[in-house]
Write a protein that binds this ligand. Structure first.
Ligand code: DON
Length: 567
């Protein structure tokens, strides 16, 4: 009798504690049945929701979000930049859209070198020569034409309204404009819009109106591509170039086309991952690293233990060495993707991995295969709708406020994406990435990217949508976010808040979000030979996860000021 009572008591206790634990786990987490958006900005997520509620699908909403980000997150959201989109439709079909910028036709391999062959790094970062031919507008229109259900004018309405009527700056929006003011003043078009007319600093609550941008958006909404790549907007871009010494021409704009590409697909722990192929390197590195973990990792891994961090770091180190050497625009260079992501190659690549010892990056080079030949300056958002369509979009001007050049009279900033090329193979770019021949500048070529929009599917259902900001850290952070779910059963909030690490081969240092790793773990990693650098934040990631019942959970990175909206 006594034993039966005790067993019953234990049963009730464990049932109650499981329930409490589950409640605690999901307590913070809002669930949505009909649709959800996670993005870097409240207005953008609200616009996406508005479109979903009007009956639009995830693609309609994504286009609305992208255009609003150009208004309310001018340092990264854009119409003067580019990006990548991964779409998984309710019927299970997956496709990707490459709307990455291209080098203008007049671009040359050595355009950023002086007569002594020295790299003039400012030129690829600031000013008109830094800008690639923008792809965002063509990308949004292509996506909407192929998969959207609402007219362009409807999905662009929130952006046009916010640009024309203005919006109140948040604390972080005001701070980001003030922080960039020295550079923005240097360009007349930027000064007119982003510097306050009385010369004082922006404050939280100031109304920020962008009339020229509203008109440009209106031209796009009413005339489509021609509203940007021809006519007045194109002339204003070319005038800006001619006035300030840039090289983009009407022909460059007229010829720009985004490209539909087959997704890069891999499998891990029961999930199918759909990722961006080159000219993004995100999918490539994630594919290699997941296979390296499966090949060289132990059966069980403990979250953020020294053993796990070491394994990730060693995989990242090897994969970035390959990324930097082999990858470039697939329309210009042959990339032996099949070989580089094949299991035999991966095993060989991890052949010198030691559990107790970090490999020095100087001892690692790109692998050989037989062939016939910080920050928050980017942005990512996700949309999922009640039909089961999912969209992941990673988009950027590259650096904060891109080239700092605003097209006078058209009210939008141009990117400085040319810095993502290897301007001088062997010399690091602004993210410390050392590129090679495959990513050298050529007219009309797309520069290699780290943006990593990703969708993961289990048992035929979308379970994860993610991507982020942070240059090469986008790849490592998006992957860790996925692994937090796939290996450690974390929910969206937990996965996104969890501390991150980053390694990119060169420079040879292991970045860790310092406050959150114990002294013991750091010590163990240093003993293995890692050069640890503690930093505040690694990347900004936004995600949506779906549970096995199809309920949607969105999470915006607590390291930033993102926003989740759903219904
Ligand atoms: O495409 C790329 O990889 C870079 N242009 C991304 C830049 C970026 O993430 C800057 N922000 N943090």
């Amino acid at each position: 009798m006594h034993i039966v009572f005790k067993a019953l008591f234990l049963l009730i206790l464990s049932a109650t504690s499981i329930q409490t634990a589950l409640q605690a786990q999901t307590g913070l987490l809002k669930t949505y049945e009909n649709g959800v958006i996670s993005s870097a900005d409240e207005h953008a997520s609200a616009a996406g929701l508005e479109i979903l509620k009007q009956g639009g699908n995830a693609i309609d909403a994504a286009v609305a979000v992208q255009f609003v980000l150009a208004v309310t997150l001018p340092r990264a959201g854009n119409i003067g930049g580019g990006g990548f989109m991964v779409i998984r439709l309710a019927d299970g079909n997956v496709t990707t859209l490459d709307f990455r910028e291209k080098a203008p036709n007049a671009a040359t391999r050595n355009m950023y070198l002086d007569e002594d062959g020295e790299y003039q790094s400012e030129k690829s970062k600031i000013g008109p020569l830094a800008a690639g031919v923008p792809g965002t507008v063509d990308g949004m229109i292509s996506a909407l034409e192929r998969y959207g259900t609402l007219p362009l004018e409807i999905v662009m309405e929130p952006a046009i309204r916010l640009a024309g009527e203005g919006y109140r700056l948040s604390h972080s929006q005001a701070r980001s404009l003030n922080n960039a003011s020295d550079r923005l003043q240097q360009f007349e078009g930027s000064k007119q819009i982003f510097i306050k007319s009385n010369g004082t600093e922006w404050k939280e609550g100031d109304r920020f109106i962008q009339r020229d941008l509203a008109e440009t958006l209106n031209r796009i909404a009413t005339t489509g591509r021609r509203g940007f790549y021809a006519g007045l907007t194109a002339r204003l871009i070319v005038n800006e170039m001619q006035r300030t010494g840039g090289i983009m021409t009407m022909r460059d704009l007229r010829e720009y086309r985004s490209v539909w590409r087959e997704p890069l697909k891999t499998e891990f722990n029961g999930y199918e991952l759909y990722m961006m192929p080159p000219p993004s390197s995100g999918g490539f590195v994630m594919d290699q690293v997941l296979k390296m973990i499966e090949t060289a990792g132990p059966d069980t891994l403990e979250f953020n233990s020294a053993e796990y961090v070491h394994l990730l770091a060693e995989a990242f180190r090897r994969s970035f060495a390959d990324r930097n050497y082999w990858l470039g625009d697939p329309d210009f260079v042959d990339i032996p993707m099949g070989d580089l992501t094949g299991l035999n190659y991966i095993k060989e690549r991890m052949g010198d991995f030691q559990t107790d010892h970090a490999t020095l990056s100087e001892d690692i080079s790109h692998g050989r295969v037989n062939i016939t030949q910080e920050s928050s300056e980017t942005t990512h958002f996700n949309v999922s709708d009640r039909h089961g369509n999912s969209v992941a979009v990673n988009t950027t001007l590259n650096g904060s406020f891109g080239s700092f050049v605003t097209v006078t009279g058209a009210g939008f900033l141009l990117n400085n994406e040319m810095d993502d090329f290897s301007a001088k193979p062997g010399t690091p770019n602004m993210f410390g990435l050392i590129g090679a021949e495959a990513n050298a500048i050529e007219p009309g070529k797309r520069m290699l990217s780290s943006m990593s929009p990703t969708i993961a599917v289990k048992d035929g259902k979308t379970r994860f949508i993610g991507g982020g900001a942070g240059g090469p850290r986008i790849i490592t952070a998006t992957l860790q976010n996925f692994l937090n779910m796939a290996l450690f059963d974390m929910n969206a909030e937990q996965a996104i808040a969890a501390p991150r690490i980053h390694h990119q081969w060169l420079p040879d240092r292991l970045l860790v979000e310092g406050l959150f790793f114990s002294a013991d773990t750091i010590h163990l990693l240093e003993e293995k030979g890692h050069h640890i650098q503690r930093i505040g934040n690694i990347a900004l990631i936004h995600t949506i996860m779906m549970d096995e019942n199809g309920l949607m959970h969105g999470a915006a990175d607590p390291r930033g000021n993102g926003s989740v909206k759903g219904y």
